[in-house]
Design a protein around this ligand. Structure first.
Ligand code: MN
Length: 491
């Protein structure tokens, strides 16, 4: 399912106390708000007004329906009037979908002349939403709270951003990852408990033999390769005459895509240490699969592969780009400090500043033939890098704010795609924080997904979230990690 296939349900709280006229007004306004929010263009998914709930049963019924409807990616609640919250306990306690409490109000202004007790009884979100908030807190329910006027652009944008994070939850719970071979030997951070991850995040992480991939590659026809070569030509410049090498990448891409599509997988990992029967490490092949929304992780890193898929799904339709990334090397000139991100081959061209070039170069690592890959520079702009690590019995999501720049030198002999960035709070303090938290060398870099969205996602998935930003200090972070380690052990 893509972004537009998901919908969110608007559930408005009330009670019978106010009489039918008030309830009719509430329902009509809820429908009007839904229509206007849908027409605003700020929401990536459709909002559906479901019910003005007045009883325990109405709430339980709509939650049950939401839990079972695969198109419903979450509910958004709001209390136009006062809605006693004991009515909500049974429903919210059984809610299995993301929840946003939208603390808004139908009218923007308090009407000076018009205001009387009838007006007050109809427009009492200010205390209705507090009663509603209490029960969320009392249930320790993970919820997003957005307060503000519903017609304001910034408020609508926050609602839309949360919807994208909630779609990330739906995608996560349905995600299948195809591993070709195991993880790179001896590497620790790319390991993880696949059972725990499935329980917590829903991911189905399984392995398929490289031999089956080779068989599938051998069955790819010349006509299929011709067709994909046309797609490459339409999107990339050929900076090589070695078309056979490029065609081999096309063969690999078609075979990997066939195997993933047959299993319903949206992410994959492989390793240069297990390419038995393959002539090239997939480079261009993996890059072009990522451009189509498949997540990838190098060296068997299935966690980053899955996260790449999720961030790509969250940012569907946005244009900044999201890529598998690796911190490679630093520029440590005082006052002019940068991290250079790249990979052996596989950076997604969605982050490219210019039209990527297909080049063929030998690979310094491994024992295969020189692979074709896309080479480009990442574009300028604010972004985040995200890493999910397994702390033993639980997961930690680490997110850092970065600012990507046009690389400050040309690096004409670097044969891979590259992105250069400044990190918050500074490169070196950022590195100290990242290392303190245990963040991996592999990340997902996204210009589209925000730290707030990743925090929302982590809250909905019930995992720890660490945000390294302009205000982070090593001392403060150490304290935060120490306390959260205790808290997560108790949870
Ligand atoms: Mn790597």
């Amino acid at each position: 399912m893509s972004m537009k296939d998901y919908e969110f349900w608007f559930v408005v709280g009330s009670q019978f106390l106010y009489g039918p006229e008030v309830l009719e007004t509430v329902a009509a306004r809820a429908q009007e708000m839904t229509d206007k929010l849908n027409a605003s263009g700020a929401l990536p998914c459709k909002l559906v007004y479901k019910v003005t709930a007045k009883t325990n049963k109405e709430i339980t019924d709509v939650v049950r329906e939401a839990n079972y409807d695969p198109h419903c990616a979450g509910i958004i609640t709001w209390c136009h009037t006062f809605s006693p919250s004991k009515m909500w306990i049974n429903g919210l306690a059984s809610l299995q979908k993301p929840w946003c409490h939208f603390a808004t109000q139908y009218n923007r202004e308090i009407p000076n002349e018009e205001i009387d007790m009838d007006f007050m009884n109809l427009n009492q979100a200010a205390h209705g939403d507090r009663e509603h908030g209490f029960i969320g807190a009392r249930l320790r329910a993970p919820r997003k709270i957005i307060a503000g006027y519903w017609q304001d652009e910034d408020v609508q944008k926050r609602l839309g951003d949360w919807m994208r994070a909630a779609v990330g939850v739906a995608v996560s719970k349905d995600l299948k990852v195809m591993r070709f071979g195991d993880n790179m030997r001896e590497v620790a951070v790319t390991e993880g408990d696949k059972v725990e991850v499935q329980i917590k995040l829903g991911w189905q992480v399984n392995t398929w033999p490289v031999g089956q991939l080779v068989d599938t590659m051998n069955a790819v026809t010349d006509a299929e390769i011709d067709e994909l070569m046309e797609v490459y030509r339409a999107n990339y410049d050929f900076a090589t005459d070695d078309l056979e090498t490029v065609r081999y990448q096309a063969r690999e891409e078609i075979a990997m895509k066939k195997m993933m599509d047959a299993e319903g997988c949206k992410a994959f990992s492989n390793t240069f240490q297990d390419l038995y029967g393959m002539d090239q490490l997939p480079g261009l092949a993996s890059q072009h699969l990522m451009a189509q929304g498949y997540g990838y992780g190098g060296e068997g890193d299935w966690k980053v592969a899955a996260m790449t898929t999720i961030l790509k799904a969250m940012s569907e339709g946005q244009t900044g780009g999201t890529a598998f990334m690796e911190d490679y090397t630093y520029h440590l000139v005082k006052g002019n400090e940068y991290s250079l991100g790249a990979h052996m081959l596989e950076v997604c061209p969605s982050v490219a500043a210019e039209r990527p070039r297909i080049e063929v170069h030998p690979l310094g690592i491994g024992d295969r033939q020189p692979p074709a890959r896309l080479v480009f520079e990442g574009h300028e702009g604010d972004a985040i890098v995200v890493s999910l690590i397994d702390m033993g019995g639980r997961l930690r999501l680490i997110c850092q704010d970065i600012h990507c720049v046009k690389p400050i030198m040309e690096m004409p002999n670097l044969p891979v795609a590259r992105v250069m960035w400044q990190a918050e709070p500074s490169l070196t303090t950022g590195v100290e924080c990242w290392i303190t938290a245990g963040g991996a060398h592999h990340t997902v870099l996204s210009y589209d997904v925000t730290a707030e969205q990743m925090r929302d996602w982590a809250r909905m998935m019930d995992i720890e979230f660490v945000h390294i930003n302009k205000d982070t200090t090593v001392e403060g972070l150490e304290k935060e990690l120490f306390l959260s380690d205790l808290a997560w052990k108790l949870k």
